[in-house]
Design a protein around this ligand. Structure first.
Ligand code: AMP
Length: 425
């Protein structure tokens, strides 16, 4: 199948061509015609599947065909959980709309609102936003959502996971009832299904990979290892394997910093990204990683949300996540767009129950290896790390935010309980 057969205008095809895309990805093949028909969609798609173009291309087509009003009210709204993802979606929208008379803007927290407000005032067709900053500006009457025709919820599972459910509901109440809704999520929990039920209108389910499955192109491996030997093992794997671009996940911010320092000390260029890093530091780390001046990016789950790192060859779980779905998200960063990738997990005795839960979710046993000199500790307890000993989120409360104390885009301050659970991530 080619892009030409999807019903997109020549100006959009020209931009797609400029990006070097030749064939629409599976999600694009399925979603684009449905969106052009005006259907609501509920799409299961991970980052790396081409989902952004999957909703942006038909959205641009519809907006450019529609009637343009002189004052350019915002006609499409894309909500994303993080500023990084918002910036990425915005860059994609800009690239795909290069040959169209369509204007867009991105707004997120953590930076001065003035330039964002000025761009909106000049008139835009598409707004990409994180929920907190959008509600801030709306409360100040600086943005009007009364003419939204297309509403996109990107990475909906992340949104709920980060405590944005209330904000999403508030935003939905601010936009017109008659509109087209597009919901994208990598995993489908009960909460996502409920949200979809509440606000989508006869949605068409678009699935490209089975629910909660991990992509076939990803080779997965578990190294059983003593906790105290993990750092040595990861340094060995990276150095001896000559791995060039490695994304490493740790469970805590401190763990990310510690590991990053040890990597640097052993001559492997590394940077850490997590919630305590400023926006500038995160952007710098990410761009260094993308242009290969930084070999290893050590990240916590929240910081890594939605990062667009194309064709990532190696993902390492330095520690397994205690939420099994996070494993699917983490390793979804490799083997992208048909390229093969490797996801390895360093698993110590106390992570045994996490491994079991992950294998149950993905439906198969991950092959296990033990490296000589880095054996597991036979005397270590297989008891999981207790709540409070380490940062752990409680999945059962993850979508029940209490009082919003701050409009921090990341949602980390959304409620005390989440704060306690999230504070180390
Ligand atoms: P996304 O899943 O939207 O984050 O996209 C992942 C990556 O795939 C991005 O770097 C896109 O530029 C790229 N991409 C999107 N669509 C295509 C396509 N049809 N062919 C090749 N690459 C694509």
């Amino acid at each position: 199948m080619s892009f030409n057969s999807l019903g997109l205008s020549s100006a959009i095809l020209k931009a797609v061509n400029k990006q070097g895309y030749t064939t629409p990805s599976p999600i694009q093949q399925k979603a684009i015609p449905l969106i052009l028909e005006g259907k609501d969609i509920l799409a299961s798609a991970q980052t790396g599947t081409g989902k952004t173009a999957g909703f942006t291309l038909p959205m641009l087509q519809k907006l450019s065909e529609g009637q343009k009003l002189r004052h350019r009210p915002i006609r499409a709204l894309v909500l994303t959980p993080t500023r990084e993802l918002a910036a990425q979606v915005y860059n994609n929208v800009k690239a795909y709309s290069e040959f169209l008379d369509i204007r867009s803007a991105v707004i997120f927290g953590g930076v001065n609102q003035k330039p964002q407000v000025a761009t909106i005032r000049n008139g835009i067709d598409i707004l990409i936003a994180t929920p907190g900053r959008l509600l801030d500006l709306q409360n100040q009457n600086l943005v009007s959502l009364s003419k939204i025709e297309i509403f996109v919820l990107d990475e909906a599972d992340r949104m709920l996971d980060m405590g944005f459910l209330r904000d999403i509901k508030k935003i939905i109440n601010l936009i017109p009832k008659r509109r087209q809704n597009l919901l994208f999520s990598a995993t489908f929990s009960k909460e996502i299904k409920k949200l979809a039920n509440d606000f989508l209108y006869h949605p068409v389910l678009v699935e490209t990979t089975p629910e909660n499955s991990t992509a076939d192109a990803i080779e997965q491996k578990v190294y059983r290892v003593a906790k105290s030997l993990k750092t040595g093992l990861i340094i060995k794997l990276i150095s001896e394997g000559n791995w060039k671009q490695v994304l490493v996940f740790t469970r805590t911010k401190h763990g990310a910093n510690r590991l990053c320092k040890k990597m640097v000390a052993s001559g492997i260029s590394s940077a850490a990204i997590h919630g305590n890093k400023s926006q500038g530091a995160r952007t710098k780390a990410l761009s260094g990683f993308k242009n290969n001046t930084i070999r290893v990016l050590v990240a916590t789950d929240i910081a890594a949300r939605g990062l667009d790192i194309p064709l990532l060859p190696h993902v390492v779980n330095f520690e397994l996540p205690n939420i099994p779905e996070d494993y699917v998200h983490r390793i979804g960063r490799t083997g992208r767009a048909g390229a093969s990738g490797e996801a390895v997990s360093l698993v110590s005795a106390e992570e045994t129950s996490y491994l079991k839960a992950i294998q149950k979710l993905i439906g198969f046993k991950i092959p296990v290896e033990i490296i000589e000199g880095f054996e597991p500790d036979p005397n270590a307890s297989t008891e999981p790390i207790k709540q409070g000993q380490r940062s752990n989120r409680r999945p059962q409360n993850s979508n029940k935010p209490k009082k919003n104390k701050s409009s921090d885009h990341s949602g980390n301050n959304r409620n005390k309980k989440r704060n306690r659970n999230n504070k180390n991530r």
